[in-house]
Every structure is written in structure tokens, then in C-alpha cells.
Design a protein around this ligand. Structure first.
Ligand SMILES: Cc1cc2nc3c(=O)[nH]c(=O)nc-3n(C[C@H](O)[C@H](O)[C@H](O)COP(=O)(O)OP(=O)(O)OC[C@H]3O[C@@H](n4cnc5c(N)ncnc54)[C@H](O)[C@@H]3O)c2cc1C
Length: 459
């Protein structure tokens, strides 16, 4: 509970209508998409201008109040679970696209702009904003930058990091820091933008984001390759990459996920397939045709039973829409869904797919696997019920084993979902004691009172 005086100070800055302290309201801001315990903040506030955002951060700092910024709350690592007696800052009142510059190919946005809204606005101007997390219809650009979100197009077009040209953010004192620029090149000062991307709200609060836009591809071709064996599908991924072809998208779905998605979206997916690869190539027409033909031939050589090519934009959209529903489709099946994103070098995908099957069988768990196979970024999704204590213990062991196998294959704990609370205790497995100490020194220097999203990244 905040004191009445402090509550009144927040109300003075933000207006009474933008300060929430009722239990019922606070529950909304007590969780995100990770399977973790809820924590209610003391208050939630909704700034509607840069000025009030900065003053809010300054007020929190002056009073030692922990701050957790919340975009859409779709992160999968506990990044927006607030601290008891802390302040949740909601960014949906900061949702303006401030500029789309079609001559110099960039956009400037406030952090609460929804990812798909910017992509659509850019498309209207004949431009392309490629990062497309599965949550793009609701996730915010502030959240994407703070998590360095990836998406289906990561393989060819990269992730959010590759599009952030500059930032305006508030430091812990509520003072404005400017990094990067609207220019293609910028070598002025430290690369603070690089430090802030993926910082999960622990080093500063984004106020404005400059994002690169690019010309859209002239032509696209999407196809679905159907396999009778998981291993041949995963070997196909490795072969396509080894053949020096970089599809825009190269996604994998196992049979369990195919059936769940088909049941949910009726997209016409072959429910008997052991595994599917959903592939899209884009670029100039001749290049697209040549690459599509090469991919078809690799798929057939590796044993694909059939390859369906989308005949028009509507069929293509249907394929990608179906893929984007994978998580929601699986979530319907059991009370608890644990989505992991351990990532391995692409050539190790067949081994990782095999390891996931083996881990699921040994612990008698249901694991649906889908994901950005072309990036080596699989999403093994464990369907369970956290109330079943015996099964939950097996789930926790399986998660440990998934991380161990990914790291043993030269991989990483997280391809795109961040560390948050969920993975903080594993950090040392991938890095080193000195890496963690170094990172903590950076955090302590920039946030000496540890009020910016405390408890995230470091256990
Ligand atoms: C169905 C579904 C599909 C998904 N698919 C993908 C996917 O394909 N790829 C992927 O990468 N992720 C995916 N995710 C995870 C999630 O959507 C991303 O992490 C996304 O970037 C989170 O955006 P958000 O607006 O919900 O951020 P939130 O969850 O609200 O916040 C995420 C982090 O950003 C910080 N933050 C937010 N705004 C600011 C700000 N203004 N300043 C400083 N810090 C800030 C928060 O404190 C928190 O640490 C998916 C999630 C779901 C539920």
C-alpha cells in the first residue's frame, strides 16, 4: 500500500483517471504469459505523454519504489511480473506513430504502439517492418525492443535488434537519454542502443523508438512440405541452410501441434503428417522461382510425401495465420502450458528434435514442438497441469534437461523470449560467474537503488 500522500502525488502528475489502486484493477497487471506466481503491484499508472512518463520514473526513484513497465504483458519469461509494493507503468497511453519517413526509410514510435499497427502503417506507405513475433497483433514495440523479440521472418530479415536505429529513454532519475540517430550510420558515443535492446526494463524506460523500414519483397512463394518422419523434416531444415538458401521463413511443426492447430483454425493442414515444414521464399520473381525449385527438390530427396504450394495471397495468408495460432491452439488443451525457446545452431536441429522426443517419452510428458526451425529456434511446449505435483516435478526436470541438451549442442537458453525471472537461475550455465558479475556492475552503476524491474535477469 502506498501512503495517501504518495498516491496523491501520482494522481497530480498523471490525473486521477490514470492511477489504479483497486485490488480488482491490480490483478490485471500481476501476471504475464509465463507460468509463474502472480504478484500484485501497489499501484498501476498510465502515462499519456513523454513528460508524465519521465516525471513518473523520477517520482518512483525519489521514493525508492520499484518500477515495472508493461506493454501488452505477452512476454514469456516473467518480465512484467511486478514487485510487491512496486509501480506498474502501463504504456498503452503512449501509442502514437510519430513519424513514418518514406524517403529516409524509418519510423519513430512511442513504446506502446502495437507491432502489427506499425507494420500495417508502413505497408500503407509501401514499406516493410519485418519483425513479426507470433504475438504481433497485441505485443508492443517497447516490449519487442526490451525483449529483442524475434518472429517468423527472423531467418532472412533478423530480429528487432536489427531494426532499432535509435532510442530516447528515461534513465532512473527520469532524465532523457538519447542514443543512435535517424541516419543509416551513427558512430557517436557509446552504442547505448545496443545496451538497451534486450535489457528487459532493467536499465531505463523507453520513450521513443526509431525503427528502420525497408522496401518490401517484390514476390513471395509459400509452401507446406509434409513428412512421415520428424527426423527427415529436421534434416531438411539443415540441408536447406547448407545449400546456401535463406528462405524468409522456415517453420517446423510436429504432429501433435499440427492436429491442435488444425482443430483450432481449420486451415486444411494434413493431420496425419508426422511433421510439416512451412516455408516461404521472397525476393525478385526469378530468384524466388529458382530457390523454391531447389527447396522442393531438397524436400523430395529427404522424403517429403507432398509439397503444397500456396496458389495465391489468400492461401499464403492462411498458412501463416495457422502457424501464428500454434501457441493458442496448444494452450486450449491443458490448464498449464510451458513454452520454451532453447535454441541451437541450425545444423544441430535434427539432434535437438531427437532429444526432445526422447525427453518427452522418458518423463511421460506431452510436448508439442513447433518453431522457427530455420533459426535453430524450436519451441518445445509442455502441456501439463501445475496442480498435479508429481507431473510438475517431471516437467521441471524435463526443462532442465532441455536447457542442458541445447547448451551441450552449442546453443543458448533463449532465442527470443528473454531471461526475465523464468531463466535467471540458468544464466550461469550458459555464461560465467564473471559475466554475471560484470552485468551486475553495469546494472548497479545505472540503477544504484535497484528500482528498475528488480529480480529480472539476475536471480
Ligand atoms: C501467443 C504468443 C506468441 C509469441 N510469439 C513470439 C515470437 O514469435 N517471438 C518472440 O520473440 N516472442 C514471442 N512472444 C513473446 C512476447 O510476445 C514478446 O516477448 C514481446 O516482445 C512482448 O511484448 P509486450 O508488449 O507484450 O511486452 P511486455 O510483456 O509487456 O514486456 C516485456 C518486457 O519489456 C519491458 N518493457 C515494455 N515496455 C517497455 C518500455 N517502454 N521501456 C522499457 N522496458 C519496457 C517490460 O518491463 C518487460 O520486461 C509470444 C507471446 C505469446 C503470448
Amino acid at each position: 500500500m502506498l501512503s495517501k500522500t504518495l498516491l496523491a502525488e501520482f494522481q497530480k502528475i498523471l490525473g486521477q483517471e490514470n492511477v489504479f489502486s483497486d485490488q480488482a484493477d491490480l490483478v490485471t497487471y500481476s501476471y504475464d504469459a509465463a507460468v509463474l506466481d502472480q504478484v500484485l503491484p501497489a499501484i498501476a499508472v498510465r502515462p499519456t505523454s513523454s513528460e508524465t512518463l519521465g516525471r513518473t520514473v523520477a517520482l518512483c526513484h525519489a521514493n525508492g519504489l520499484p518500477v515495472t513497465v508493461r506493454g501488452a504483458g505477452t512476454n514469456l519469461s516473467g518480465g512484467t511480473i511486478p514487485v510487491e509494493n512496486g509501480v506498474a507503468i502501463i504504456t498503452n497511453g503512449l501509442n502514437a506513430i510519430l513519424e513514418i519517413n518514406a524517403r529516409d526509410l524509418y519510423a519513430v514510435v512511442q513504446p506502446g504502439v502495437v507491432t502489427a499497427t506499425l507494420a500495417a502503417a508502413a505497408a500503407q506507405r509501401g514499406l516493410f517492418y519485418p519483425p513479426d513475433p507470433g504475438s504481433q497483433a497485441v505485443s508492443t514495440l517497447g516490449g519487442n525492443v526490451a525483449e529483442n523479440a524475434g518472429g517468423l521472418r527472423g531467418l532472412k530479415y533478423g530480429v528487432t535488434r536489427d531494426y532499432v536505429m535509435g532510442l530516447k529513454f528515461f534513465d532512473v532519475n527520469g532524465e532523457t537519454v538519447i542514443s543512435g540517430s535517424r541516419t543509416v550510420k551513427c558512430a557517436t558515443g557509446y552504442n547505448l542502443t545496443g545496451l538497451m535492446v534486450g535489457s528487459e526494463g532493467t536499465l531505463g524506460v523507453f520513450d521513443e523508438i526509431i525503427l528502420k523500414l525497408i522496401p518490401p519483397p517484390a514476390h513471395q512463394k509459400a509452401m507446406v512440405a509434409v513428412f512421415d518422419e520428424m527426423q527427415s523434416a529436421s534434416e531438411t531444415v539443415a540441408e536447406i541452410i547448407a545449400a546456401r538458401i535463406v528462405p524468409a521463413t522456415l517453420e517446423f511443426m510436429d504432429n501433435f501441434t499440427i492436429r491442435a492447430v488444425e482443430d483450432y483454425s481449420r486451415a486444411g493442414l494434413p493431420v496425419d503428417a508426422r511433421a510439416l515444414l512451412l516455408i516461404e521464399v521472397d525476393g525478385h520473381r526469378a530468384q524466388v522461382e529458382e530457390e523454391a525449385a531447389k527447396i522442393e527438390s531438397i524436400c523430395r530427396r529427404k522424403g517429403a510425401g507432398s509439397i503444397q504450394v500456396a496458389r495465391n495471397a489468400a492461401e499464403r495468408d492462411k498458412v501463416w495465420e495457422a502457424r501464428r495460432t500454434a501457441l493458442s491452439a496448444l494452450a486450449k488443451l491443458k490448464p498449464t502450458l510451458v513454452l520454451e525457446d532453447a535454441t541451437v545452431p541450425r545444423s544441430k536441429i535434427p539432434e535437438m528434435v531427437g532429444a526432445l522426443e526422447e525427453i518427452a517419452a522418458r518423463h511421460t510428458l506431452t510436448i508439442g514442438t513447433f518453431g522457427h526451425a530455420g533459426d535453430g529456434n524450436l519451441h518445445p511446449t509442455i502441456l501439463t497441469d501445475k496442480r498435479d505435483q508429481h507431473e510438475w516435478e517431471r516437467v521441471e526436470t524435463a526443462i532442465d534437461e532441455i536447457f542442458d541438451r541445447a547448451l551441450a549442442l552449442g546453443g543458448t537458453l533463449s532465442g527470443e523470449h528473454g531471461t526475465g525471472i523464468a531463466k535467471s537461475r540458468y544464466l550461469k550455465k550458459e555464461t560465467s560467474r564473471a559475466t554475471i558479475a560484470y552485468s551486475k556492475r553495469v546494472k548497479a552503476a545505472l540503477d544504484p537503488k535497484n528500482i528498475l524491474n528488480p529480480g529480472k535477469i539476475f536471480a
